[in-house]
Structure formats: structure tokens, C-alpha cells
Design a protein around this ligand. Structure first.
Ligand code: BTN
Length: 288
């Protein structure tokens, strides 16, 4: 007999049917959460196009509101790619931040979310600039931060983590992985949600307090990028050099063989020796 899933059905005030899969039961999560801001309130949806889209449709939600979906039909990644969102196995979560800060500080949010996520995942997972988390060289998680312009900045933070998938579609199977595939163990999604939201709450509070040096240090400690030769693709051009450090704004400092330093504020980081086994060299989906 196949596995049986239990669901709690909740009818929300706006008529949306919230189906709470038993392993991430909303009331159990709420009773465990000790955060000040993140996850208050929290919603779990059985299915949605994209949790980022859903937050975007509700920008008046309070700061810290979290939406988790058991499955996404149009999960989105960076640069217009899709995010593979199989039902019940991964974590698909978005939150809303409204930091009252100048726009030049906002690029650090992706790094702040990366630090919170990598430490919730553990297992020696590594940050890849600017927004990926890798385990054993394959993509385990991705972060998509979207800015809604306006007088007070509104940032939608989307986090996708591959947890209990046991296989991936052919086009990404060489570049994507899950915690279950890497460790052989089934991940308790509720534990991971709690740990992620607690970390986010803490890192966001430090970020608002301007503890940016701390953030850059933690990001650097959780990445194995520095000292390596990397190629970064930006606006159709690519630049190869040694990854030196992140500057205080979270930009990547790259030293090219001519001795010049380049400061990159965005881009796609590719491995230096591109070959068919290169985990970052395949197009299509965003799990890279
Ligand atoms: C990337 O690596 O390109 C970013 C992937 C972000 C995926 C998450 S899953 C939850 C949230 N909803 C989305 O549609 N995307 C983000």
C-alpha cells in the first residue's frame, strides 16, 4: 500500500482552503515558534502558483508574514527560470520584509537570508554568491528576493529548499540535490521550518541594527568560494578571476590575472573550468 498523507483542512476568512499537511501542521508550528517578527502570521497552503506571487498579491500583510506551500505550480527562480516544486517534499516559503532603510542596503538582504538558510540546513552546506546553497557541489536551495518599489521598501523573500526529493527531472538531475539524497535521511520539514524562521528572525534583527560586518563574516565563513578562481557572467559578459572577498555592501571582489580588482554587484557565478560535469553550466531550470 502507498503512503497515506493526512491533512488538516482549514477555511480561512477570505475563503481560501488551507490544507495543512500533517508533517507541517500550522498549529504545531505556531506553538513552537518563538520569533518576534518572522512567521507572524503564518499560512500553509496546499497548492499555489508561487508563494512569492501570493505575497505579492497581498503586500499589506504585516512585515514578517510567512506563506508556505505544500506545492507550487509555477515556482519561480532567478532570471526567469522555474523552480522545481514537487508536492510535499521540498520547502517552498516566502516572507515579507519592510525594512525602513536606503536602497543601497537592501542588496544585503539576499546575503542575510542565505546565512539564515545555510545555518538552518547545516550538513556543511555552502553559500554560493549571490543566492544559492550547495551541498557536495550540487544545488540544494535558492533564494529569490523581489523588491516592490514604493516609499517604504517592500521585499518579498522566497526560499526554496530541496529536502526529501529522491529524484529530479532529467534536465536538472545532474545539478540539483536534496538533503535526503545527500544524507540518506528523511528531513522533518516542521523542524526545518522552525529553525529557518528562528534564524531569519535573528539575522533580520541584526541586519536592521546595522551589524553588517557580522553578516559579511558569517556569509564568508559559510562559503568555500574565496581563494578560488571563478567566472562570473554579468549582462552577457564573463569575467574570470580569483574571488577575494565580499565588500561591505555584499558585492563580490574579483581579482583578474592582470592584477586588477573588479567589484561585482550581481551576476551568475560559474565554475572556472567549464566542462560537462560542471554543476553550474546547464541552462533551463533555476536549480543551479
Ligand atoms: C533561485 O535559485 O533561482 C531562486 C529559487 C527560489 C525558489 C523559491 S520557492 C519559494 C518561493 N516561491 C517562488 O516561486 N520562488 C521562491
Amino acid at each position: 500500500m502507498g503512503a497515506v498523507s493526512f491533512y488538516t483542512i482549514i477555511l480561512s476568512t477570505n475563503g481560501v482552503i488551507l490544507l495543512s499537511p500533517s508533517d507541517i501542521d500550522i498549529s504545531a508550528l505556531e506553538s513552537r515558534l518563538t520569533t518576534a517578527k518572522i512567521g507572524r502570521p503564518m499560512q500553509i497552503l496546499a497548492e499555489i502558483d508561487s508563494t512569492n506571487e501570493e505575497i505579492g498579491r497581498n503586500p499589506t500583510l504585516p512585515e514578517g508574514a510567512v506563506i508556505i506551500a505544500n506545492q507550487q505550480t509555477q515556482g519561480r527562480g532567478r532570471q526567469g527560470r522555474s523552480w522545481y516544486s514537487e508536492p510535499g517534499t521540498g520547502l517552498y516559503l516566502s516572507t515579507l520584509l519592510k525594512p525602513d532603510l536606503p536602497s543601497e542596503k537592501l542588496s544585503l538582504i539576499t546575503l542575510m537570508v542565505g546565512v539564515a538558510t545555510v545555518s538552518a540546513i547545516g550538513q556543511h552546506s555552502k553559500l554560493k554568491w549571490p543566492n544559492d546553497i550547495l551541498l557536495n557541489g550540487k544545488k540544494l536551495a535558492g533564494i529569490l528576493c523581489e523588491h516592490i518599489p514604493g516609499t517604504t521598501p517592500v521585499i518579498i523573500v522566497g526560499i526554496g529548499i530541496n529536502l526529501n526529493q529522491t529524484r529530479f527531472p532529467e534536465d536538472i538531475q545532474d545539478i540539483a540535490t536534496s538533503l535526503k539524497l545527500e544524507t540518506g535521511k528523511t528531513v522533518n520539514r516542521a523542524d526545518l521550518v522552525i529553525s529557518l524562521l528562528e534564524n531569519l528572525d535573528h539575522e533580520y534583527e541584526e541586519f536592521l541594527q546595522g551589524k553588517n560586518e557580522n553578516l559579511i563574516r558569517k556569509w564568508t565563513e559559510n562559503s568555500d568560494l574565496f581563494g578560488k578562481t571563478v567566472t562570473v557572467q554579468q549582462k552577457g559578459k564573463s569575467l574570470t578571476g580569483s574571488a577575494i572577498k565580499l565588500d561591505p555592501q555584499g558585492r563580490l571582489v574579483l581579482k583578474t590575472p592582470d592584477g586588477e580588482q573588479h567589484i561585482l554587484d550581481s551576476g551568475e557565478l560559474l565554475a572556472a573550468e567549464a566542462d560537462s560535469k560542471n554543476p553550474f553550466s546547464t541552462e533551463h531550470r533555476s536549480q543551479r
